[in-house]
Design a protein around this ligand. Structure first.
Ligand code: FNR
Length: 209
């Protein structure tokens, strides 16, 4: 776990604070997943920050436009590239990830050879009113990381089940155990990202196994 004052400082390459891009997979105003990301903004380690990118305004993917994408897509790709790491908060729709999230992932992965996701460290969490807390959606999302060549944190798995009971009316996550898990995820994401950057030779390279 990242500890404040430890040998490796959570800074990005140019010595600015470590930047995480948080992506909620829901457009809904009262989204539990956006609330989870807003909570993460409060729990992020010192010298790191989370900016939230809203997927609103990203049109349905059309491969005819992938070389001249809509402005919102270009902005999305720039924001991904500027980030040191990605944090998805995904709802579960019909046992998978929402179409708006998959659509945005597809846009940012194109055209072939110009994916914004390439080599990005990534962490996942998700909130649902159900008992399984987006488990099935999270595993579908993780499957995408393979082709995208992203580097996912394996744990902790933050699956926020019975989510409406864990947030208060102001959207604050009140459940201490879940707050602890999110803190652990964020500390781990910073450490994982720095480790990938500082020790590339210790990371297995796809295709060389
Ligand atoms: C859902 N929901 C849902 N929940 C779940 O745990 N498993 C599921 O498969 C589904 N399927 C599903 C499909 C569709 C089309 C909708 C609209 C909803 C419920 C879902 O978890 C709930 O609406 C969450 O609150 C959505 O996340 P946000 O918008 O609160 O972030």
């Amino acid at each position: 776990m990242f500890r404040r004052g430890a040998a490796i400082e959570p800074r990005s390459m140019n010595n600015t604070p470590f930047r995480i891009l948080g992506i909620p997979g829901s457009l809904r105003k009262g989204s539990l997943n956006r609330m989870a990301l807003q909570t993460a903004q409060q729990l992020v380690p010192e010298n790191a920050s989370i900016e939230i990118f809203e997927l609103g305004g990203i049109p349905p993917f059309n491969q005819d436009q992938e070389r001249q994408p809509p402005a919102r897509v270009s902005e999305f790709k720039s924001r991904i590239r500027a980030a040191d790491a990605i944090l998805f908060a995904t709802p579960e729709y019909n046992y998978s990830i929402p179409g708006v999230l998959k659509n945005a992932i597809d846009w940012a992965s194109r055209p072939y050879g110009d994916s914004a996701w390439e080599g990005k460290p990534v962490a996942v969490m998700g909130a649902s009113p159900s008992m399984l807390g987006t488990a099935r959606a999270q595993y579908h999302l993780r499957q995408c990381f393979i082709f995208l060549n992203m580097y996912p944190m394996n744990g902790p798995e933050v699956m926020i089940a019975n989510a409406p009971d864990r947030f208060d009316t102001q959207g604050q996550l009140t459940d201490e155990r879940t707050r602890g898990l999110i803190r652990q995820l964020l500390d781990g994401l910073v450490q994982w990202s720095l480790r990938l950057r500082n020790e590339p030779s210790r990371v297995p390279v796809l295709g060389s196994l």
